[in-house]
Design a protein around this ligand. Sequence first.
Ligand code: RFL
Ligand code: PHB
Length: 387
Amino acid sequence: MKQLRTQVGIVGAGPAGLLLAHLLHLEGIDSVVIENRSRQYVVERVRAGVLEQGTVDLMIGSGVGERLMREGMRHEGIYLAFGGVRHRIDMAELTGGRAITVYGQNEVVTDLIEVRLATGRPLFFETAEVSVHDSSIRFTYNHEPHELHCDFIAGCDGFHGICRQSIPAADLRIYEREYPFGWLGILAHAAPSSDELVYSLHERGFALFSMRSHAVTRLYLQCAPDEDINQWPDDRIWEELNTRLATSDGWKPNQGEIFQKGVTGMRSFVAEPMRHGRLFLAGDAAHIVPPTGAKGLNLAASDVRNLSLALAAYYKSGSEQQLDEYSDKCLRRIWKAQRFSWWMTSMLHRSPEANAFDQRRQLAELDYLTSSRAAMTSLAENYTGLP
Ligand code: RFL
Ligand code: PHB
């Protein structure tokens, strides 16, 4: 077995693992990143699009924000649509200038892989048989078994990864909720017909208008959690999107060739604590939010920021205090994002269990939200990201 040695072994080259590797590198801390998929798969996986102000600041501050500053689209507001009318929430005005930036997760990951490779520090794609142990990670690469000895292990391997699963069940508390719906998402070659996102509640369910660039529109429809994508030819998707999104002022999304389609289920999930001995969980490995609040990638970024600072403090002073505080510190922010994501999701989706009372209550909530400065400020504060 080939023997390797590093300070921090990182499992997973998603946004959490790659950003952690980069932040550690800036602190002069060595790491090895182990990913079981190919570079192409990791880059092409279509997921998040919305970065909070704090995530943008972190990327720029750590020197990986050059393309983000050039190509990212800063949005100072969002629209909530219901009853055929779009209502704008002016987030920047309500929060003293905070905004979100639309920049695809694919782009974030592309930029982070590039800076990682430029450091010359190791990043293994297409590994297999990855397993974590007290102070080592075993894996095969190019059919050769490897053992990586490390001071710490960062479990950044997403919801279905092996790191959380390696912790004895008795040592973890799990908090979980599944939703009785999912999202059907598409990418289309069509110029966005609105400068800002539109979250819409319609009798037939939720729909979301988003974008990836000046030439690509990203759209989502509420569907069944196990919806069969084959039942959705392009014409049916456009008809449903137009029904749910079009407003009485004549606004609707521009149509174009659909070049990507997928269905995703929705859940809320938290595993506590986010540490077991030398293993630290970060990002989706420890928690999942439904995508309605656009929080998943941003939580992953704030987890690894905390972890990099705690590891830096340890290597500078030998003090484990920040490492000991890591889980509690992250969880305070995570639970607020959980609450917000659950709230946005319940306000904007038609639950199969809901009755006419629930539907009227939802509309009253949206009516209140879009007419109360206090309520809009609360939304804006959470959406652009809590400190
Ligand atoms: P990831 O991205 O899942 O990366 C984990 C990596 O670990 C690898 N891996 C392993 N590697 C080695 N050995 C093993 N045994 C391994 N098992 C797994 C995986 O291949 C993968 O490369 O987790 P990470 O880094 O924590 O990042 C989390 C984000 O990806 C996720 O939270 C967001 O995509 C969620 N999300 C959104 N977040 C936002 O902040 N804003 C958004 O607008 C937003 N929209 C979304 C979303 C997620 C969506 N889906 C598909 C779930 C929209 C959608 C539709
Ligand atoms: C996206 O553009 O993919 C997106 C935007 C907002 C969300 C979720 C996903 O809440």
